[in-house]
Design a protein around this ligand. Structure first.
Ligand code: PGA
Length: 267
């Protein structure tokens, strides 16, 4: 198989509003019991538990790294751009750093759909989190009606232009983009590898036009939307797909371990 993956592969699991601390511990025990392979080469793993489970996840991930050599970065599903203040219900970068989170999802489509996330708030979050040293996984993607109306590229362009801050391309490269067509999230409908690759090529070209060849070549672009062990390999065979942002299938330790194994075959 050995398709060349110049940017490595990132398998990121978004747990959404699932998995409290007890279930989080259980997930890691079950994962350890599956004897997962240690982290190798440029295959990376991350998980985004709910805020309440972050400390547990960080602790468990450290134990797993010690016991099995499998390193899983732990991240938050959202964070405010201010470092502190009167923002009831929000969480800040310094708080996330205190518990050991190193990566943050920004503007997941459910945040856009249900919680008023806009490209402007996405950009403010991303900018502030970059400055604080986090990796930012910025999510973009069109709805079904936008795709059917032939507006996929226009929507992606608007989300990229509005959401990606200039600051992300200075210093260490910490921007990850996640292309998640809204119609494929949690629906069992996956974009075909060809559909996904077309969107990823568009995103890569946008990065090139905006930031130049080197940044475009280095920025990982993940695909998300009903990814599971069954369809991961065909997606990873696409040259511009650098990993996956996985919802449902990342809740099952066996599926998550299997996806890491599939990714490792590309080493
Ligand atoms: P799904 O979710 O894999 O359950 O479709 C993906 C996501 O929302 O990130």
């Amino acid at each position: 198989m050995a398709a060349v993956k110049p940017r490595g592969i990132l398998i990121a699991g978004n747990w959404k509003m699932q998995m409290g601390p007890t279930e989080t511990s259980r997930f890691f025990s079950e994962l350890a019991a599956l004897n997962p392979a240690p982290t190798r080469g440029n295959i990376r793993a991350s998980l985004f538990p709910p805020t309440i489970s972050l400390s547990t996840a960080v602790m468990e991930a450290r134990k797993l790294a010690q016991a099995r050599g499998l390193k899983i970065a732990i991240g938050a599903q959202n964070a405010h751009w201010e470092k502190k203040g009167a923002f009831t219900g929000e969480v800040s970068g310094p708080m996330l750093q205190e518990v050991g989170a190193t990566t943050v999802l920004v503007a997941h489509s459910e945040r856009r759909q249900f919680f008023g996330e806009t490209d402007e708030t996405a950009r403010k979050r991303a900018e502030s989190l970059f400055q604080q040293g986090f990796e930012v996984v910025l999510c973009i993607g069109e709805t079904r009606s936008e795709r059917e109306a032939g507006k996929t590229e226009a929507v992606l362009e608007q989300q990229l232009t509005g959401g990606v801050p200039n600051a992300c391309m200075t210093g260490p490269r910490r921007l990850v983009l996640a292309y998640e067509p809204v119609w494929a999230i949690g629906t069992g409908l996956t974009a075909t590898p060809a559909e996904a690759e077309t969107a990823h090529q568009f995103i890569r070209k946008w990065l090139w036009d905006r930031f130049g060849m080197e940044s475009a070549a280095q920025t990982p672009v993940l695909y998300g939307g009903s990814v599971k062990p069954d369809n991961l390999e065909s997606l990873l065979l696409c040259p511009n797909i650098d990993g996956a942002l996985v919802g449902g299938a990342s809740l099952d330790p066996a599926d998550y371990a299997q996806m890491l194994k599939i990714a490792a075959q590309f080493l």
